[in-house]
Write a protein that binds this ligand. Sequence first.
Ligand code: NAD
Length: 291
Amino acid sequence: MHIAFIGVGNMGGGMALNLVKAGHDVRAFDLSADALARVTAGGATAAASAGEAADGADVIVTMLPAGTHVRAAYEATLFAAARADAVLIDCSTIDVETARSLGEAAAARGLAMVDAPVSGGTAAADAGTLTFMVGGPAAAFAAAQPILVNMGKAVIHAGGAGMGQAAKICNNMILGATMIATAEAFVLAEKLGLEAQTFFDISSKASGQSWSMTSYCPVPGPVPTSPANRDYAGGFAAALMLKDLKLAAQAAATAGASTPMGGQAESLYQLLVNNGFGSDDFSGIIRMLRG
Ligand code: NAD
């Protein structure tokens, strides 16, 4: 298939290359020449504009920083440039309202569009093992799914337009809050004289267990692959966790939902980022909690 890929940065670059590897003809556009160079070296073609990339494409994928970029790209260019039977897939993490309104605008034009944010960082983007949470009409999901499987290990239909984003921010609100709770508990255990490994052995088999503990433990040792073992470098940046918590707060305000734990997590991640640790893995919040 001829696939237009708009936004080939840290995530989009690896994703576009996996589409090339799957045999697709990928035409990429990015404002950054460096980002474009990475994908052209891997076999994609560079386009001079988003419109040129989208012209005649079977599929249009966007992987952009935030809702403002996504709205501008679709409203200014992509809706008009898309073929009537093209499939539009936005993989960026953006606010639910923008995703919902773009999905509705696409439907009004007779275009198939899904919001398909991802779980998994750059390593999963490169390896093609992302999880896609997809919102949009059933027919649009069916059309997008064979493309998404080239970039991920799981593709799940979450409901209508915007529900992919809803699933993503609700999931990450749990993740932010459980990481803080887990980190707090390890710090308290430490101060009480309880060995981290012993506490892990007990709590990971008891009711304190969560993904934040058993897959991503915030202290070095118990889970060898967790970023704690490499001084919290790489992984899922605290600044991106903060972005997702802000999206959750915005959605909660719109929906009239009370999310006090999510709000507290947002506030603590804001403090961590303000202290200059935004590019560290989000589990590094344990250092701030330790004092
Ligand atoms: P990034 O900044 O590395 O990539 C975004 C790219 O978009 C950049 O190369 C930028 O030049 C390009 N861009 C911006 N505006 C553009 C425009 N108008 N036209 C063309 N290109 C444009 O960011 P990323 O880490 O790849 O993240 C992309 C999205 O994925 C974000 O919404 C982010 O929240 C989400 N996400 C990131 C991760 C992660 O671990 N990095 C994980 C899950 C989800």
